[in-house]
Design a binder for this molecule. Sequence first.
Ligand code: ADP
Ligand code: ZN
Ligand code: MG
Length: 476
Amino acid sequence: MKYEAVIGLEVHAQLKTKSKIFCGCPTDFGGNPNDHVCPVCLGMPGVLPVLNKRAVEFAIRTGLALNCEISETSKFDRKNYFYPDLPKDYQISQFDQPVCLGGHLTINGKKLRIHRAHLEEDAGKLVHAGAAGLHGSDYSLADYNRCGIALLEIVSEPDMRSPEEARAYLEELRTIVRYIDICDGNLEEGSFRCDANVSIRPVGQKEFGTKAEIKNMNSFRAVQRAIQSEIERQSELLDKGERVVQETRLWNESTGTTFPMRSKEEAHDYRYFPEPDLVPLAIDRAWVEEIRKTLPELPEARRTRYVEQSQLSLDDAIVLVDSKELSDFFDLVLKLGTPAKQAANWLIGPVTAYLKENKLDINETPMTPENVRDLVDAIGKGVLSSTTAKQVLAEILAKPGKVEDVIKEKGLAQISDEAGLKDTVAKIINDNPGQLEEFRSGKTKLRQYFFGEAMKATKGKANPQIINKLLDEMLK
Ligand code: ADP
Ligand code: ZN
Ligand code: MG
């Protein structure tokens, strides 16, 4: 049977607030276990949470970037469950009145809807230690540094239909949270985590099938592979006439398969109720408009601008826009009047390769937008060839300087002085009467020999077009 996959993603973005969502503890990654804790985030009796305004601001910022409606009133609720990484035995989250409702992202021209985005607090981390036991360890240590860090959970509608589409949605969402600077989007460190809900249905069927939720992926590739493997597992079940059970499954990176964590029967009834220690939020419209004004140009708009106004290919636009730093830099180069395509080629090609190799951000190099303009300029004027331009680029990426100075210092300017080159070519022809003789008697391959000698004589700096033209004239 042919099946169609239905996928919805729940993403937890750790907000880049300096302190936690309900206390003043720092949010820095790392540090010694249980260094960043206080009675509030440890859930001691009698303590009271105080809401971090910046967390609400970041939630609104994200909602606006995702085309959501920002609720006028919102509130917090207790989600009750026991787990050792949750010292209060409940998580403060939002149940029926999230900060953000509705919304969408556009991926390859298709609207993928967002159901809601709500604020909540993160849990601590268990470190499974000791000798190998049932789960590879025989005791666990609790680190509450992460406990109480602000999270924004962004829940999509089940609008995705393939693992590739789900990955593209997730990548775009990550790019956006980085553009608006509310989350560092690090899947490996877990500051941007994704749970994938997957079901399948026979092609043509309207109703959704039973879904399974997959957790524990920490790269884009893992998300895509986990969904693919889950679609295959469910297809095999249905083909055998069996049923998919609603459950939570964990992705195992090394086997490339998912395995059950808990079934719906074991699932929690969270007994949500309004958090009595926090007043409901009234979100002022003027504040929302103020936040809207601070939004940067978003990735989708930027790509469109590059394609429509700068005539870049969509592929080039995608690569540039993927990094805000790189495309901010590109914009500065454009402002200087540099031809877009040439500038983009240098940035996407050799510059990106250099940044990757040296694990640098473009702003961590001494290269300036003026450098890139001057480089493109020098090539356009025939002063640099593509080879010598690469040598100049290596210099301006390594230390501060001007393109024209590097050209002078390294003697890299291309020789385009035709009269001077004519003397060089004449001398080579005169000095090689034997080769000239052979050439004239039909061994035309020797033209290449003369060309090579001319380049050698000018240390590779002669303008090859002029040498060719001179050879055409003088070898007749
Ligand atoms: P739950 O209460 O189990 O968390 P929700 O209805 O809140 O389920 O949905 C959670 C996520 O699962 C959402 O991203 C939603 O789009 C997605 N989802 C819901 N139903 C399906 C389905 N049948 N197949 C795939 N994804 C689904
Ligand atoms: Zn604290
Ligand atoms: Mg869920």
